[in-house]
Design a protein around this ligand. Structure first.
Ligand code: GAR
Length: 218
């Protein structure tokens, strides 16, 4: 008599980590977006850019997204009767991609109550100055005009203020005596891209905790 071994229970497969979904908001050249698109091809990064949303058409950032095969949307303020309606449309456009984290990477508009109601606490912004110094649209110009010897970049959690949310990470960059806005911004952007990729990867892999003014990775 022969006995044949019965197949035992199939062992459970190891859990597959769900990829953290990023939506990136842009208004211009998109060099920070490009850095995220480079990083997301590596599975070890732990996140993928699943959508790019712009507040204007015809910008290089949108070309970068399309070249990378990432879907895009444009929600331009001028196409809406007021900011509240625009903010609602922006919220819907971002929501289509079901993001875990939203990254403002050179997005030159303030998001409103609708957006923050849905994505608040999981939206970060990169800014080319050491906040709380020199918030707003001209951080590099304002730092130069003030005459600081050190500036840098900040990644913050977005709240309802102007570049006022809790700081997640910062890095300093020296200001040279002969810097103009362009040369200083370029030097900052080299550091900024690395910092943003590092922070976003850590948010995806380890999480982001915000308690009052204190933001912590992991
Ligand atoms: C970046 O330096 C970013 O910090 C800045 O715009 C630049 C966009 O560059 N954002 C702000 O000033 C927001 N207040 P990019 O389009 O090449 O990524």
């Amino acid at each position: 008599m022969t006995s044949s071994a019965q197949p035992g229970p199939v062992p459970p497969s190891p859990p597959v980590a769900r990829t953290h979904r990023l939506v990136v908001l842009v208004s211009g050249a998109g060099s920070n977006l490009a850095a995220l698109l480079d990083a997301h091809t590596d599975p070890a990064f732990g996140a993928r850019v699943v959508g790019v949303v712009a507040d204007r058409p015809g910008i290089a950032a949108l070309d970068r997204a399309r070249d990378a095969g990432v879907p895009t949307a444009v929600v331009a303020l001028r196409d809406f009767p007021d900011r509240t309606t625009w903010d609602h449309a922006l919220t819907e456009a971002v929501g289509v991609f079901s993001p875990d984290t939203v990254v403002l990477a050179g997005f030159m508009k303030l998001v409103g109550a609708s957006f923050l109601g849905r994505f608040g606490g999981r939206t970060v912004n990169t800014h080319p100055a050491l906040l709380p110094s020199f918030p707003g649209a001209h951080g590099v110009r304002d730092a130069l005009a003030y005459g600081v010897k050190v500036s840098g970049c900040s990644v913050i959690v977005v709240d309802d203020g102007v570049d006022a949310g809790p700081v997640v990470a910062q890095e300093s960059v020296p200001v040279a005596d002969d810097d103009d806005e362009e040369t200083l911004h370029e030097r900052i952007k080299v550091v900024e891209r690395r910092l943003l990729v590092d922070v976003v990867g850590r948010i995806a892999r380890d999480g982001l905790t915000v308690e009052g003014r204190r933001a912590r990775l992991g």
